[in-house]
Design a protein around this ligand. Structure first.
Ligand code: SAH
Length: 252
């Protein structure tokens, strides 16, 4: 009998942002596979078997899940946010492709991804066309990152940057901000949303002129507005940031 792999997005932090379908999958699974700190958020029961691994061992983790399922087990592969956004769902299908297919059932359970959680905390900065770019060059050349940021800026998308910095890559966000300063107005709103919906959450709203890489760490989602993104005053202090749903022709 073939088993079942559930690829589960836990949401950004706060359990209330975890979908009931994700919680169901975590309950049904006998094996939980994933990066250690994510599994720590999954409320594991004593009768469940945990296979925690390091952040870089994603393909091994996917193969392990497929092997367990081939033996008839119910397995949850756990990611933060949405499992389909810079996370394990694509890795799982890469492993399926490499082994030439599978007879196991696979269910990808969606989650609330960091960019929508971050956007909601500050208003609606992704209210019109936008794109999501990972700044990590672990899995793609740095040149490709810059090419995509440039193209997105020229098309006047708002942008959400995942993986803006890490200990090994402290310089990348600075490079992207420098590029954007050549292409976008200095007053363009920029949001640094760190650890959204977790106890250590911090949200900083600034402009492209004021944005500095030190404002981000690996728990930060950075949003850079389009030319239409604007701030409106909040009742108390600070501002909401939103992008209107109507756009002008892109100037060339
Ligand atoms: N699958 C995840 C993304 C994994 S990539 C998702 O859908 O959210 C890891 C990056 O996601 C981090 O470097 C950070 O940019 C972002 N991230 C994840 N959780 C976050 C949170 N709670 N607050 C802000 N950014 C977060």
């Amino acid at each position: 009998m073939s088993g079942h792999v559930y690829v589960v997005g836990l949401g950004p932090g706060d359990e209330r942002h975890r979908t009931p379908a994700a919680s169901d999958a975590l309950r049904i699974a006998r094996h939980l596979v994933g990066y250690g700190p994510y599994l720590a958020r999954a409320s594991v029961r004593d009768d469940q078997i945990v296979h925690a691994s390091d952040n870089r061992q994603e393909l091994d983790r996917a193969r392990k899940a497929l092997q367990l399922a081939a033996d008839g087990e119910a397995v949850a592969v756990v990611s933060s946010g949405d499992a389909g956004v810079f996370a394990m769902a694509a890795t799982l299908f890469e492993a399926v492709e490499q082994q030439g297919g599978t007879t196991c059932e696979i269910t990808v359970v969606p989650g609330v991804t960091a960019m929508t959680a971050a956007a909601a905390r500050i208003g609606a900065p992704l209210g019109h066309d936008f794109c999501a770019i990972s700044l990590s060059d672990n899995l793609k050349p740095w040149e490709t990152v810059l090419q995509r940021v440039r193209a997105a800026a020229e098309a006047d998308f708002a942008m959400a940057f995942y993986n803006p910095v890490s200990k090994a890559r402290p310089w990348q966000l600075g490079g992207v901000l420098d590029l954007l300063r050549e292409l976008r107005a200095p007053e363009t709103p920029v949001v640094f949303a760190t650890a959204v919906s977790r106890p250590d959450e911090e949200i900083v709203v600034t402009t492209l002129a004021g944005a500095a890489p030190e404002m981000a760490d690996m728990r930060t989602l950075v949003i850079v507005g389009s030319s239409a993104t604007r701030c409106v005053p909040r009742g108390g202090e600070g501002a909401w940031v939103y992008t209107p749903r109507r756009a002008e022709a892109v100037s060339s």
